[in-house]
Design a protein around this ligand. Structure first.
Ligand code: PLP
Length: 412
């Protein structure tokens, strides 16, 4: 008998499990709209040109001019626990804007993390250690992994209302009243832009009201920014929610990811930023984040950090990146429009599909329930999460008609 007899089989991950099922399907019409990863119009994974350029520089340097690399300290030595200094610097600057007082006053503790997920996990560990019993509030619904992250960090969480199924829009009143009702000093997890899974973001006026309530209640905003530049195509516009809170002088947390906007999914590159009211507090928070990271994974990987630092640090590459981000965001917007047009033309019931156009980012919440989502997969070979979310990044203009037929068949 195995000493692991008592360990039961874990269920497949609700998002990554969809990709496994997709791979096993042999039908030529199959479509993977489960995972949030950008694909080209040919539905192929996309490596950004700027990333290729920077990576090739390293590869050729490595073989041809190893000495030069060493001179530039671009070897494979361990990074410090907090990560690559040049990376942390540009990352905080991208988020807050280089001339933001929080940066000039050295009030941001930035630590390179294992992409968005790992950065969220570091912050969760900080909350567990220094805010015992504090409540974390997450939106209903949210990215499924938020619950796992806080559960594993042993941080209690509850949900605030966010999605209104009647309008397929934001339940703003519900959101505000739930944030008001939370115990003072709760951590409020907010999606900086392109809310996952709904694609529904508050308007700038609504963000102001959310900030008002959070301030009144002495809550601590905890932003998850996984799509900066990817939602609207503009890095600044997608960071405006975070900057609005920072401009009020609030203390806040931001977990950042380069998986989507620079297509560095597998490099696991991101950061946790904690804005504090003083440089002194920021230094202490940073020291504790490092203390948490050390026994967890010791120090972060270097390759992605160098790519980011080089792309952002070189004006020509930075502009190229911005153009590629606009291109990716633009492709998704085109697909969104085409899907809306196809559904509106096919649906004779008079249903208003304009909610699809109001959503932003790579996801669309279709309003399909679990049974309908099952029909999408079982009959139409369209793979998606069971909450009715589809990734438009996995859709091409050419497949919109087919998807619209599948949605019509599943809805009615
Ligand atoms: N947060 C949200 C809302 C996400 O959608 C994702 C990825 O899908 C992440 C965080 C983290 O992704 P990663 O760990 O690849 O940076």
């Amino acid at each position: 008998a195995s000493c692991f007899e008592g360990i039961a089989m874990a269920p497949p991950d609700p998002i990554l499990g969809v990709s496994e099922a997709f791979r096993a399907d042999t039908d030529a019409k199959k479509l993977n709209l489960g995972v949030g990863a950008y694909r080209t119009e040919e539905l192929q994974p996309y490596v950004l040109d700027v990333v290729n350029k920077v990576s090739k520089l390293y590869l050729s340097n490595w073989y041809i001019a190893e000495r030069l690399m060493l001179e530039r300290s671009e070897n494979k030595e361990y990074l410090p626990i907090e990560g690559l200094a040049a990376f942390n610097k540009v990352t905080a600057e991208l988020l807050f804007g280089a001339d933001n007082p929080v940066i000039n006053q050295q009030r941001v503790a930035t630590v390179q993390g294992l992409s968005g997920t790992g950065s969220l996990r570091l912050a969760a560990a900080l909350i567990e250690r220094y805010f015992p019993g504090a409540q974390v509030m997450i939106s209903s619904p949210t990215w499924g992994n938020h619950k796992n992250i806080f559960n594993d960090a042993r941080v209690p969480w509850s949900e605030y209302r966010y999605y209104d199924p009647k309008t397929v829009g934001l339940d703003f009143e519900g959101m505000i009243s739930d944030i008001k009702a939370a115990p003072d000093g709760s951590f409020i997890v907010l999606h900086g832009c392109a809310h996952n899974p709904t694609g529904i973001d508050p308007t700038p006026e609504q963000w102001e009201k959310i900030a008002d309530v959070i301030q009144e209640k002495n809550h601590i905003p905890f932003f998850d920014v996984a799509y900066q530049g990817f939602a609207s195509g503009s890095l600044d516009e997608d960071a405006s929610s975070v900057r609005l809170f920072a401009a009020r002088g609030m203390e806040l947390l931001v977990a950042q990811s380069y998986s989507k906007n620079l297509g560095l999914y597998a490099e696991r590159i991101g950061a946790i930023n904690v804005v504090c009211s003083s440089a002194d507090a920021a230094a202490r928070v940073k020291s504790q984040l490092k203390r948490i990271a050390r026994p967890m994974y010791s120090n972060p990987p270097v390759h992605g950090a160098r790519i980011v630092a080089n792309v952002v640090g070189d004006p020509a590459l930075f502009n190229e990146w911005k153009a590629e981000m606009e291109m990716m965001a633009g492709r998704i917007k085109n697909v969104r429009q085409k899907l809306f047009d196809s559904l509106s033309a096919k649906d004779k019931s008079g249903k208003d599909w304009s909610f699809i156009l109001k959503q932003i980012g790579m996801f669309s919440f279709t309003g399909l329930n679990k049974t309908q989502s099952d029909n999408m997969t079982n009959k139409w070979h369209v793979y998606m999460t069971k909450d009715g979310r589809i990734s438009l990044a996995g859709l091409s203009l050419a497949k919109c008609e087919y998807l619209a037929d599948a949605i019509m068949d599943s809805y009615h």
